[in-house]
Design a protein around this ligand. Structure first.
Ligand SMILES: NC(=O)c1ccc[n+]([C@@H]2O[C@H](COP(=O)([O-])OP(=O)(O)OC[C@H]3O[C@@H](n4cnc5c(N)ncnc54)[C@H](O)[C@@H]3O)[C@@H](O)[C@H]2O)c1
Length: 386
C-alpha cells in the first residue's frame, strides 16, 4: 500500500475540520475517500468533491472504500464504532476522549490489542504544541529539581447556553457522560499526566449545572497527590469570563509559569532544599534568574497527528499518540467527578466498573429535558485552545 484511503465518521465541528485540511492535501500519502454523518445536511457541502458519502457508519466500514477511519462522533460512539471498525479490519484514529468512561475505554483498548496489525491512534493535538514540548523537556532534564507543586487554573473554557443547546448529546449523562471534564478539559488532563505522570490520588469538588442550564458538571476544583510527594490543583469552569489559563510548576530548582503565550522560568541559583540546609538566616531565600523560554505555535496540529497515524500505517512506525494513551485523561476526568459524587478521595487506579454503574444510575435517574436549538455559523476553530 502506498497511500491510505481515509474515511471520517462524524462531520460535525471537528469532523469538518479534519475533512477540510485533508481535501486541501495537508496530509501526505492519504486520500479522503469517505465521509459519514447521520445528519444529511452536513454532507451537502462535500457532494462532488471526491469522497463517497454515507449516512450510516456500518455501510462505510463495510464498503471497501476506506482502509482507515477517523472517528469524530459523540464520545459513546467512539467505542461502538471503534470496535466495529477494528472488526472490519480498519485502522482507527479516535477523537478525544477515546471513550466516555474508563470501562468503555478498556473495551476499545482490548479490541485494538487483539489486532496489533491495525494502528489505533488518538487525537491529542496539544502533544505537538511547542509550549508543552518545552515544558516536558524542562521537566525531564531535571532543571526544575524535585517537583513540589502543580497548579493549573484552566477556566478559559467559556461556553454559552446556545452552545449547549446546539446538539442533543452535549452535556447530558446519556449522550456525553459528563461535562467540562470529559469534553473541554480532557486535553489539559492529558497534558497534565503527560508532563507529571498519573497522581496516586484525587479529591474532586464538582458543581453540576452551576452556571449553565445543563445536568452535568460545569465547574471543578480538584486536589491531587503524586507518589513523589508533589501536590496539585486543577480548576476549571465553562462559566467564567474572562477565564484564566495559567499552569505553574514549582520544583526545588525553581518555578515555571505558562500563561498568556509566555513561558517563564524563575530558576533558583541554589536548590531550595540545599539552601535551607546550609543557610543560617531565617528569612533569606535563594537568588533567582529569570529565563523567558521562547516557543512558536504548532501549524495544523490535528493534521500532524493524522500524518503520524498515516505514517504508522504505511511504515510501521509508532503513531505520535497511541490509542491506549487515551486512557489516563479519561481516568483523571472520571475520578474527579466520581470523587465529588461519592464525597471521597479516590486512589488510582479508579474502579471502572463502579464508575460505570454510577454513571448508568445518573442516566437512569435523569429528568433533564433538552431542547435542541441549532446555532448559526459559529467559527468552530475559535474554540481551539492551546
Ligand atoms: N481534538 C479536538 O480538537 C476536538 C475538538 C472538538 C471536538 N472533539 C471531539 O470530537 C467529537 C465530536 O465533537 P463535535 O463537536 O464535532 O460534535 P458534533 O455534534 O458537531 O458532530 C457529531 C457528528 O457525529 C455524527 N454522528 C453521531 N452519531 C453517529 C453515528 N452513530 N454514526 C455516524 N455518525 C454519527 C453526527 O452526524 C455529526 O456529524 C467529540 O468526541 C469531541 O470531544 C475534538
Amino acid at each position: 500500500m502506498s497511500e491510505v484511503r481515509l474515511g471520517i465518521i462524524g462531520v460535525g465541528n471537528i469532523g469538518r475540520h479534519h475533512a477540510n485540511y485533508l481535501l486541501d492535501g495537508k496530509v501526505k500519502r492519504a486520500r479522503l475517500t469517505g465521509l459519514c454523518s447521520v445528519i444529511p445536511q452536513e454532507l451537502e457541502p462535500y457532494k462532488n468533491r471526491g469522497p463517497k458519502l454515507f449516512g450510516d457508519a456500518d455501510a462505510m466500514l463495510k464498503s471497501g472504500e476506506v482502509d482507515a477511519v477517523v472517528i469524530a462522533t459523540p464520545h459513546y460512539q467512539h467505542v461502538t464504532i471503534g470496535i466495529a471498525a477494528l472488526e472490519a479490519g480498519l485502522h482507527i484514529m479516535v477523537e478525544k476522549p477515546i471513550a466516555a468512561h474508563k470501562a468503555d475505554a478498556e473495551r476499545l483498548i482490548a479490541a485494538a490489542q487483539s489486532r496489533p496489525d491495525q494502528v489505533f491512534a488518538a487525537m491529542f493535538q496539544l502533544r505537538v504544541e511547542p509550549r508543552y514540548l518545552k515544558l516536558r523537556q524542562l521537566l525531564n532534564s531535571g532543571d526544575l529539581g524535585r517537583i513540589m507543586r502543580v497548579t493549573w487554573i484552566n477556566t478559559d473554557w467559556f461556553r454559552t447556553d446556545a452552545y449547549y443547546a446546539s446538539s442533543g448529546w452535549r452535556a447530558t449523562w446519556k449522550g456525553e457522560g459528563g461535562g467540562v471534564l470529559i469534553n473541554q478539559c480532557l486535553h489539559n488532563l492529558d497534558t497534565l499526566q503527560w508532563l507529571m505522570g498519573m497522581p496516586q490520588s484525587v479529591r474532586g469538588f464538582c458543581h453540576l449545572g452551576r452556571y449553565r442550564n445543563i445536568e452535568v458538571e460545569d465547574t471543578v476544583t480538584a486536589y491531587m497527590e503524586w507518589a513523589g510527594g508533589a501536590t496539585g490543583t486543577f480548576l476549571s469552569t465553562t462559566g467564567e469570563a474572562p477565564g484564566t489559563n495559567r499552569l505553574e510548576l514549582a520544583g526545588t530548582r525553581g518555578r515555571v509559569v505558562l500563561e498568556n503565550d509566555r513561558l517563564t522560568f524563575d530558576r533558583n541559583e541554589v536548590d531550595a532544599e540545599e539552601f535551607n540546609r546550609t543557610t543560617k538566616s531565617g528569612f533569606a531565600r535563594p537568588d533567582t534568574w529569570r529565563i523567558e523560554i521562547p516557543f512558536g505555535n504548532a501549524v495544523l496540529p490535528h493534521a500532524t497527528l493524522i500524518q503520524s497515524w498515516v505514517d504508522a500505517i504505511l511504515d510501521h512506525t509508532p503513531p505520535l499518540v497511541a490509542g491506549a494513551e487515551g486512557m489516563q485523561s479519561i481516568e483523571l476526568a472520571n475520578a474527579m467527578l466520581y470523587s465529588s459524587l461519592v464525597g471521597e478521595t479516590i486512589r488510582f487506579p479508579l474502579d471502572g466498573a463502579a464508575y460505570e454503574a454510577r454513571l448508568n444510575q445518573l442516566i437512569a435517574e435523569s429528568r433533564f429535558e433538552k431542547k435542541v436549538v441549532k446555532t448559526g455559523a459559529d467559527d468552530f476553530e475559535k474554540s481551539f485552545r492551546r
